[in-house]
Design a protein around this ligand. Structure first.
Ligand code: PMP
Length: 446
């Protein structure tokens, strides 16, 4: 029962594990885009376990493939040959452009980004890393320093400041848009205008200044960026921003790391990888979440040349690329193709975005509706003029009303005022309508 779980949580689980909703939501079962609670009530899961369940809960094809593999071999570590890791590495590499053909399997997005830092430092011989304001790259000790947002920072005993002291070589790249659609204030959270406003020279000058100021000549190891910021509240960059930054980074000798943990595997609709939407070819690509449909699988892809730099010392990962994980990963790729899920992301995502945009017209507190494919954010504000975030109490009420009506969405952004819609990519138009109708009802009853 929920009460029993409550007791165990208080006694045996670390209190830092945050839970959603005031009254806990106990998920018992899942099927495709649906979740079921202990009483058997059905919910439309428009969050997909934090943008992770890419092809649907308990997809029969994955269940079958894993069951068969379990009977054959569950684990042997990657110090031996096993056909699964080889078959999958080659299949995944086929999905990557250019020279990005060398894969290292790990188990989570944080681990993947951690390894990307090591690779970049090893390859370039430099230590400085730049990540962007409002980004999220993970929760390991290293990636915590990459992640921007003071909510995720721990005070450090020897130096009672916050986070970057954990890793003095991480700098924050700045960005923002002052030409954004109806945005009087110049801060990042107002910029959701991909295709509407231009990044412009000003931002590049600002960025170059940051580079000059913080980083000694030829001292950059890597620059990290999500193709669309996920945890930050589904935030898109101004047009050409990433492309322009890419050339600055290349000119400075650093490597460009594309964090595709949320934006990969067809989610953004137009492309299989989010970075393709920015017209760049990264040096390193990190991926997790949707790659394994909920199974702990992640990977780092890079070029042969960069990959070799890891051989300077012994590098090892017990579970990375294990037969079960790679079986899941391989089946996920098959399903995305067979069920045309990238196309569905584009089709349903575009329709959903339009339908949600209607709410922006109807309600003063819907500040913004943005995103691409099935990676959508709905921002709630006090009023459109000020764009100040809606109060946490009202956000919670909206969120819980949606849940009570059978709709699960995520929450994000620095102020927690953005609903995140990132469902399994098998959702239908009917699901899109349900989402909009429930949200409309919740907004009316606020
Ligand atoms: N990068 C991005 C873009 C993410 O959204 C996340 C997780 N929210 C991570 C990295 C870290 O992934 P994990 O939680 O699997 O360590």
């Amino acid at each position: 029962s929920v009460e029993e779980m409550d007791n165990i949580r208080k006694t045996n689980l670390n209190p830092a594990l945050s839970i959603y909703y005031n009254e806990p939501f106990a998920v018992h079962q899942g099927y495709k885009q649906w979740l079921f609670d202990l009483k058997g009530k059905r919910y439309l899961d428009m969050f997909g376990g934090i943008c992770t369940v890419s092809v649907g809960h308990c997809h029969p094809k994955i269940t079958e493939a894993v069951t068969e593999q379990m009977k054959m071999l569950g684990h042997c570590s990657n110090v031996y040959y096993n056909e699964k890791i080889h078959q999958y590495a080659s299949k995944l590499a086929d999905k990557l452009p250019g020279k990005l053909k060398v894969i290292y399997f790990v188990n989570s997005g944080s681990e993947a980004n951690d390894l990307a830092v090591l690779l970049a430092r090893s390859f370039t011989g430099n230590s400085n890393v730049i990540s962007l304001k409002n980004c999220y790259h993970g929760m390991t000790y290293q990636t915590m320093a990459l992640t921007s947002n003071s909510h995720y920072k721990y005070p450090v005993p020897q130096n009672p400041g916050f986070s970057n002291v954990m890793n003095p070589d991480v700098y924050r790249g700045l960005w923002g848009g002052n030409k954004c659609r109806d945005s009087p204030v110049q801060t990042y959270r107002q910029c959701s205008c991909e295709g509407v406003c231009e990044a412009g020279e000003k931002y590049m000058e600002q960025f170059q200044e940051e580079l000059n100021y913080n980083i000694p000549t030829n001292g950059l190891a890597a620059f990290f960026a999500e193709s669309i910021q996920g945890v930050g509240g589904t935030v898109q960059f101004p047009k050409n921003y990433i492309k322009d930054v890419y050339s600055l980074i290349k000119n400075s000798g650093g490597l460009f790391v594309a964090d595709e943990v949320q934006t990969g595997f067809g989610r953004t609709g137009d492309h299989f990888w989010g970075f393709e939407g920015h017209d760049i070819e990264p040096d390193i690509v990190t991926m997790a979440k949707g790659i394994g449909n909920g199974y702990p699988l992640a990977a780092v892809a890079t070029t042969q040349e960069i990959a070799k730099s890891l051989t300077k010392a012994v590098h090892f990962n017990t579970f990375g690329g294990n037969p079960i994980g790679t079986t899941v990963g391989s089946t996920v790729l098959d399903i995305i193709e067979e069920e045309k899920l990238q196309e569905n992301s584009k089709n349903i995502g575009t329709k959903l975005l339009l339908k949600l945009a209607q709410l922006r017209e109807e309600f003063e507190i819907v500040g913004d509706v943005r995103g691409k494919g099935l990676m959508i954010g709905v921002e709630f504000v006090m009023d459109k003029e000020s764009r100040r975030p809606l109060s946490p109490e009202k956000i919670l009420k909206l969120w819980e009303t949606c849940r009570d009506l059978g709709l699960i969405v995520g929450k994000g952004g620095y102020y927690g005022n953005v609903f995140r819609v990132k469902p399994p990519m098998c959702v239908t138009e009917e699901d899109a309508d349900f989402t909009v109708n429930v949200l409309r009802y919740a907004l009316y009853s606020l």
